[in-house]
Ligand binder design. Structure first.
Ligand SMILES: *Cc1c(COP(=O)(O)O)cnc(C)c1O
Length: 411
């Protein structure tokens, strides 16, 4: 049974309840009565599993977290207010001033500015590499490297990483690997490939229809015996490993990031996200099939399309071998100039012009004038942002309708 068939059952069964209200209850309360001073003490020291305060965990959100952890085979998860919240939570839980990040691949704009601008203000430095610079990546690891960060699909450069090979480098040097799997939930299983933490923007294909902003970080279990998180590099984790054993990365994330930065999920968004999860295993294969059909048709018409399903793409073989369930909803069209790109966007009747991706509607955006308008020429070149580049995120429409619409818009 493939993952999509398996999770068709798992998600609808775990989102719904067998008794009482079938749809998950939305508990919007910010705080919770403890009943007695002894219970209050137990909740604060972790021996009593009841809600403390919604910044630290909420019953509706906890249900989402358990489903997300199940999806990726993690020991636990922390849902957040947005995808950037999830990346910030995972990173800040491991970092201190003086530390270093190695960032691999074409990067989501917000993550790029978090690393390059915001964290550098706190004396945390990041070096950036292409997905295939294995030797340079390995040579860049120092005693201060705390995180290797990777996106499962380069957005918008569409380059695909060899996650297993990069995980092996991270393991060899005892450094944590965080994978942003926003674009490929269920299609790619980062923890199985050797990642330590997976982060998602659930705003995208997981919620699926622009109804809720959210994120989630999923953590692997700490191993009995040797584990990279038991070394000097992560000595701050020792007290959490002592208290929580294999679950240690969860209280570490809550106490070193969530409690003080407060990027907590809200119950309404968690509820919407669970509704999205119920149909994710149906929507994603549909979209992947549409993407492949549309990409091939537009390429055959001579448009400049970037997607690894095309034999001309440098990662075509990797796509066929490692990405058998596709690489999500995205591809790009390079119209050559900004003028021609704008012309396409004015003419398309089906694509909605917006910065979002992974929606049930097809979305489009000119890259250089929007998300990347603040970036200098050199950075844009590194990230693959050309003047005529349009990013497309395919939705649930009939693919032939999109092909017809885009063909007219490109004329
Ligand atoms: C959208 C996105 C994010 C950020 O998510 P938000 O929910 O908008 O904060 C992070 N990574 C990737 C790959 C994304 O597409």
């Amino acid at each position: 049974m493939n993952k999509f068939d398996n999770f068709c059952t798992a998600f609808v069964q775990s989102v719904g309840n067998k008794e009482g209200a079938i749809s998950p209850a939305i508990t919007s309360s910010a705080s919770f009565g403890y009943g007695s001073p002894e219970t209050a003490e137990g909740i604060f020291n972790g021996s009593v599993k009841k809600p403390l305060y919604s910044r630290m965990g909420n019953p509706t959100t906890a249900k989402l977290e358990s489903i997300m952890a199940q999806m990726d085979g993690g020991v636990g998860a922390v849902a957040t207010s947005s995808g950037m919240g999830a990346t910030t939570l995972a990173c800040m839980s491991l970092l201190a001033a003086g530390d270093e990040i190695i960032s691999i691949g074409g990067l989501f704009g917000g993550t790029y500015s978090l690393f390059n601008e915001t964290l550098s203000r706190f004396n945390i430095s990041t070096s950036f590499f292409d997905v295939d610079e294995f030797e340079k990546i390995e040579n860049a690891i120092t005693d201060n490297t705390k995180i290797i960060f990777l996106e499962s699909v380069g957005n918008p450069n569409m380059r695909l990483p060899d996650i297993k090979r990069i995980a092996a480098i991270a393991d060899k040097h005892g450094v944590a690997l965080i994978v942003d799997n926003t674009i490929t939930p269920l299609s790619i299983a980062p923890l199985e490939l050797g990642a330590d933490i997976v982060v998602y923007s659930t705003t995208k294909i997981i919620a699926g229809n622009s109804s809720a902003l959210g994120g989630c970080s999923i953590f692997r279990a700490i191993n009995e015996g040797d584990d990279k998180f038991k070394t000097k590099r992560y000595s701050f984790l020792a007290k959490f490993i002592k208290g929580a054993g294999k679950m240690a990365l969860i209280p570490n994330a809550k106490k070193r990031a969530l409690r003080d930065f407060g990027m907590s999920a809200n119950a309404h968004a968690s509820y919407q996200t669970m509704l999205g999860l119920e149909t994710l295993p149906l929507r994603l294969p549909r979209v992947v099939q549409s993407v492949e059909t549309i990409v091939k048709a537009l390429d055959a018409q001579g448009l400049n399309i970037n997607h690894p399903v095309l034999a001309s793409h440098p990662h075509h073989t990797r796509y066929k071998e490692h990405f058998q369930n596709g690489c999500g909803t995205l591809f790009t069209i390079d119209m050559g100039t900004q003028e021609r790109a704008y012309d396409f966007l004015r003419k398309t009747k089906l694509a909605t012009i917006t910065a979002n991706i992974g929606d049930s509607r097809t979305l489009a955006l000119h890259m250089a004038s929007t998300i990347y308008s603040d970036f200098n020429v050199e950075t844009r070149k590194f990230l693959g942002i050309t003047d005529g580049l349009i990013r497309i995120s395919i939705g649930l429409e009939n693919p032939q309708d999109i092909i017809d619409d885009f063909t007219k818009a490109a004329q």
